[in-house]
Design a protein around this ligand. Structure first.
Ligand SMILES: Nc1ncnc2c1ncn2[C@@H]1O[C@H](COP(=O)(O)OP(=O)(O)O)[C@@H](O)[C@H]1O
Ligand SMILES: [Mg+2]
Length: 355
């Protein structure tokens, strides 16, 4: 296992800066997810950890030792790609054994370790099959076994679940988490899927345009997003964002004026998560514009004095219909304010409904 440090790591191709001076420390045995939209530099970061790409600048350390110049094959890193990339002409057993070939592991020992890795990911029945005879999920497991067989000090997963159907994704999430706990291997998962990141990782690194927006637990990012970007990237249905003007302890938003605690002046954005909008008899008036059943929850689109709001209520049966008049409140603790110009959160500022 290893503690991984990225110090002002940069990767560029000509004018294209894919990774822009990022700093990140991953603790020994930690499971970190790099989360962000397509093209933000996730895979490039992962490929630098693997030794497939050389950083353009900065220092990369494994257990305090600089590895910038160390080639991929000498890093003892296991990697699983989105495409699985199994060798089509080798059976499962030989696919899993493959990484041991270059490590001088005797054949009998390699076969034993391949079987052990196969058992770990539950493909021990498939050892004699060819990759073309496997389902997507089985191929994924074989790719995992191949990454784990050399007992890597670092496991890298690049969108490993995106080619699987929804049900399989769910079980593989649990499975990968179990494997990571069981082996204790330091793991970096790259994904654009917030659910994957929040359910699997100890900490999440949220990236945007080659830079790190925020590092924290799922709860940190969801409840205390540093920026508008993080606030809107996490959460489905997305957070309500309302532009307003803060002045003298009051926030003008839509036709309403809300008391503010904490100091803010100027153009701000008020964020309220849909599940934090409470519907009932008291509070500000609202009209139901639309109702969307979402299975065990129901989403309401409301016209309110603040502007349009989405409210998410538990329960499959909707207590209100389009056209109904309701009232709503929210807990000031659940209000999140951002400076509009910088898009940064104002951590000590809260809004509440007028008494
Ligand atoms: N080999 C390459 N040559 C030039 N540009 C690249 C190369 N690989 C990636 N990029 C660019 O770097 C940026 C980040 O890419 P990538 O790390 O693959 O993003 P992600 O994995 O987050 O979708 C993108 O703009 C991409 O086009
Ligand atoms: Mg990628």
């Amino acid at each position: 296992m290893a503690r991984i440090e990225l110090r002002r790591i940069r990767k560029q191709w000509g004018e294209v800066v894919a990774v822009d001076d990022i700093d990140l420390t991953i603790e020994d045995g930690e499971f970190v997810a790099i989360l962000g939209p397509s093209g933000c530099g996730k895979s490039t970061t992962l490929f630098m950890l693997a030794g497939i790409y050389m950083p353009s600048a900065g220092e990369l350390l494994f257990d305090g030792i600089a590895v910038n110049e160390v080639e991929a094959k000498d890093r003892n890193v296991g990697i699983v790609f989105q495409s699985y990339a199994l060798y089509p002409h080798l059976d499962v057993r030989r696919n899993i054994m493959f990484p041991l070939k270059f490590k001088g592991v005797p054949k009998a020992e390699a076969a034993r370790r391949a079987e052990e890795a196969a058992r770990l990911v539950h493909v021990e029945e498939l050892l004699d099959r060819m990759p073309s005879q496997l389902s997507g999920g089985q191929q994924q497991r074989v790719a995992l076994a191949r990454a784990l067989v050399k007992e890597p000090q670092l496991l890298l997963l690049d969108e490993p679940l995106s080619n699987l159907d929804a049900t399989l994704r769910l079980s593989m999430r649990t499975e990968i988490k179990r494997l990571q706990r069981h082996t204790g291997v330091t793991t970096v998962l790259v994904t654009h899927d917030q659910i994957e990141a929040t359910t699997m990782a100890d900490r999440i690194v949220c990236m945007r345009r080659g830079r790190i927006e925020q590092i924290g637990t799922a709860e940190d990012l969801y409840r205390r997003p540093d920026s508008l970007f993080v606030a809107s990237f996490l959460g489905a249905p997305p957070i309500n964002l309302l532009e307003g003007e803060a002045r003298g302890g009051r926030l003008r938003v839509g036709e309403a004026e809300l008391p503010l605690t904490g100091g803010a002046e100027g153009a701000v954005v008020l964020g309220i998560r849909p599940e934090d909008v409470r519907l009932g008899e008291t509070g500000l008036p609202a009209r139901v514009l639309d109702v969307e059943p979402m299975g065990r929850e129901t989403l309401f689109l409301l016209e309110t004095p603040l502007g349009q709001l989405r409210a998410l209520l538990a329960g499959a049966t909707a207590p209100y219909r389009a056209g109904d008049s309701v009232a709503f409140t929210f807990d000031p603790e659940n209000s999140i304010l951002f400076m509009k110009s910088s898009e940064r959160r104002l951590p000590d500022v809260r809004a509440r409904l007028p008494a």
